[in-house]
Design a protein around this ligand. Sequence first.
Ligand code: NAI
Length: 511
Amino acid sequence: MSTAPIPAQSLVGVIGAGAMGAGIAEVALLAGHPVRLLDSHPAALDKALRDMQRRLHRQAEKGRIKHAEANAAVERLQSTSTLADFAEASLVVEAIVEGLEAKRALFKSLAEIVRPTCILASNTSSLSITAIAAGIAEPGRVVGMHFFNPAQVMPLVEVVSGLATEAWIADATYRIAEAWGKRPVHTKSTPGFIVNRVARPFYGEALRLVEEVAADPGTLDAVMRETGGFRMGPFELMDLIGLDVNLAVTKSVFAACNHDPRYAPSLVQQELVAAGRLGRKSGRGFFDHTEGAPPPQVQNEAPASAPNRVGLAGELGIAAPLVERLATVGVDVVKLPAADSRIGKGYLLAGNAVIALTDGRSATRRARESEHPNTILFDLAHDFAQATRLAVARSDQCANGAYQTALGLLQVAGFAVSRLDDAPGLVVMRTVAMLANEAAELLQRGVASARDLDLAMQLGTNYPEGPLAWARRIGLAEVREVLANLATHYSEDRYRVAPWITRKLLGGAEL
Ligand code: NAI
């Protein structure tokens, strides 16, 4: 069965008038619906109504909407203290406290009141839609409608189907979100849905590097921003979200996935939470946010002198623009006859320094396996033509002179260089490989399509590129190699390669 999205004049109910409920109600109002808002705390309801009215009028003052539109929206907004007032609703969105029993009880009562065609949507960010729906007579009409904070601004809506959700309910919810000006994606009800699941390694890999004392948070953030193209680094983002909130999401995904080591919470983060260092809201997290505190320190290598000439062996793949950058600043790039496959498919040779993109091996291991002691590895950039910073690691055997030559070369090409300890996969590469691995896992499990996985990560987290598209640009074989090398390095199941990636490579098929 298929249905058109609900008409604009039909009643929408929103339950829970906190930050999310008020935002969702505002979106529905501006789409033309009459909206009834309910909250078990009258004070919360009053505050939400006042805030919404103020926001709508401010939007009109700023010229984003017409004054008449704002006034009409305010007139369409009603509050109520009884569920009976939702009897005529076409859609009810629940945004109450994040507790399974509370949500189940609410949906059970609602289902007895509303019409049989009314869509019952939950804005839960971590609970199973299947579990929420389980207690009610018609679980098929319960669906997740997961907005992001602030709901009135963020475009993404994850439309979540539980085991019982009927396809037409999910489709209608998708089209309602579209009609409200949002960018919906479909996902199955799986722990963390798309965004909160695929994003785990964004925090997890960086936390791990801090745990291993590979670099400090300020430097890792700078590399993730200036090399990786991410809008915010993982540590400043955790400080903004709240370390306790971020840890709670990780713990809930970890528990819901039967303690899969991929999602294991970080001990460093747990320590900070235990100490009450929750981020901005407590004045201190990874960074000091108190008035007048200095900005985070970023490690920068001192300037070194560049060689006039560099050899290029093989092809640099995604890092190829590096060669153009060197040529542009007058470095003579000489093509060498062949690449030594023990080092990799492509690399630069400056004096006796080997300079290569990370393949997930530590520089020390790569130096030993290739018998080139002076090995310097650099990180993945989102755009090697534009990036302004590059993280490097050098093998323990590397002579300082060779390292200085490599450093000078990268600096003359226009990069600020941050040295990390010899961390395998550096930071951007291992993070992106793990993000893509997670997305591939969800793809294999039929949780969402490749398009929706990528779209959700770009819209929900502002990543510069969807992880699957990014992996395709790096090369699936290269991503697989990074993961396999990380798995060898750590002897941990955390880095196991998603079978979907291996399967695609064996079949030679495109993403
Ligand atoms: P909040 O704590 O700001 O608001 C929840 C509101 O629900 C409160 O005003 C409370 O009085 C009311 N409430 C609690 N139990 C109720 C009940 N049984 N009946 C009626 N009202 C009840 O919470 P927030 O942040 O707005 O989150 C609401 C929901 O949205 C949660 O499920 C949360 O996981 C989800 N969510 C939150 C996001 C966020 O960033 N805050 C993002 C996406 C989803």
